[in-house]
Design a protein. Sequence first.
Length: 564
Amino acid sequence: MRKLLFSLVIVCNAFLVHAQWPEFNQAHPVSCQWSPFNYRADGYFENVFVVNSELQFLDGYITFGNGVLCSPSNCENYIRCFSTKFNTAGQSMWWNRYDNPLEDKSQRWFSSLSGNSGGMIQNHNNQLVSFFSTFVNGDLYNWQTQDYLVKMDLQGLILDIVHFALTLAEYNVRGLVEDYTDSTYIVYGQFRDSIDVINNSWPISFLSKVDSTGNIIWQSEYINTSKIWNISKARDGGFWITAEKPNNYCSDLNFANTDVAIIKTDELGNESARIEFGGVCGDELATCYEFEDDRIIVAGRLTLDEVNISSMPWEGFFYTTIIEQQSNGSLNIVGPTKKYIPSLGGNFIDFHPLLNGSFVFVMDAAFVEEFETSSIGRVMGSLLKLNNDRDSLWCRKYTYYNNPPTIQYVPFAKHYLLDSKPTLDGGFVCVGKIIQQLQDPNPNLITPWIFKVDSMGCLEPGCQYVNVEEIVVGLENTISVFPNPALDQVKLNFTFPENYVPNNQNEIVIIDMQGREVLRENIFLFATSSNTIEINISSLSSGMYTLHWLSNNAWLDSSKIIVE
């Protein structure tokens, strides 16, 4: 196998990084450009990792994604991959762009957007491992790919790159995991052999064991499935697979209908048992985690069996259930199946088992809400915390600040999470993309975003005490308080980002150190860059409090105040 087939890394100057990626908990226009190219800011963060080093100033988060680099004449075949590093204070440290300046090829991590259905991994050597795909036929509708197994360090610099499966067969890699017993990798996704490529047949799921040079040691395929979404290692040395099983299209609409297939294999990937289930209409995504011998938790999203296909083809819910492998080898649902958030649409992203026995659901959930203009759907990236009995503890829905549509049928921005990781302080770092609309800060652009929350899902401590689910990202540090300490009156100065327009439903809620609400007051904010209001706090006892700004039942910002 040839190594280092092309030079991939170009690093932008540090001053450009800080100018273009201003602070944490923000949506970031993708902008790393040089003549003669012009950049259209369509991009996303797809994978994120927590960096923990002996030198604390090097700690933080490294994230990888894609953007569209346009030539002066068009934007075809100019997808480019990049990485960037944020420290724990939210400052951007550097970013890299990966391409080959001598060749004109679109490039991606994996040959299709996979989010954290698998994605990149961090191996036992603290290296970041991925699959890198190049499109070789000029456009994304008539393409072939060349796939490479890539290893990088925690500075995003490529250490090694080798061809994967350089054959006439066609692989669409969705993800990989490391086999710690021999430092190889288990690769999964969808596959067509050379005959299927010639006949343009439907792909089939595959699982391959791959060594560090990209050679396939063994491979298994699974009939009646079209792709693998995720795998996890079984306690007996085998694997648990969650795969997609194609079903018929919805009865009176041309919507895809796929079911979930949970497959148990031995250590060589040979199928030993399977169970299938799904709703009426929709992509039924899931993952699984073995918490006891032969017992797994399955987490995902299902569409409703009783859904009205003609009007609500994607209506469903997020759920967990228990599946057990019986003594005869069969798989049975032993439950109980627990339903959580209903959703008209959305994607299951990930499910984190935590060290204390609890779990965190990561998802994009679509809801219909009533606004002045109409009933309108909103897609919000969401975290759901479950206890060790899989019961819901809290749910937070995250949006980037935007202006609600004032024109009927103009949609809200759509907020998607594509990956998240638990952090060392018990919180979570999340990345994804925002599809912005006409009245948003970056109209009609797709922008990557990143935010960090604490163990309660809050951008700033204490949001759990004000009884809201929606958390608005990007308005932190809007409020300044003076005087502080204060006695009977306190002034709040609101400094809004450019183009932000506050609505007319705003509240200030003050919480004491025991988490009790001690004051709630409606306020009115003007559509100007700065507002100052006064709050009477003479009824409060001396001590420290947290002041929260809420709007339309969403949390926007908070500040500590001291009452003398």
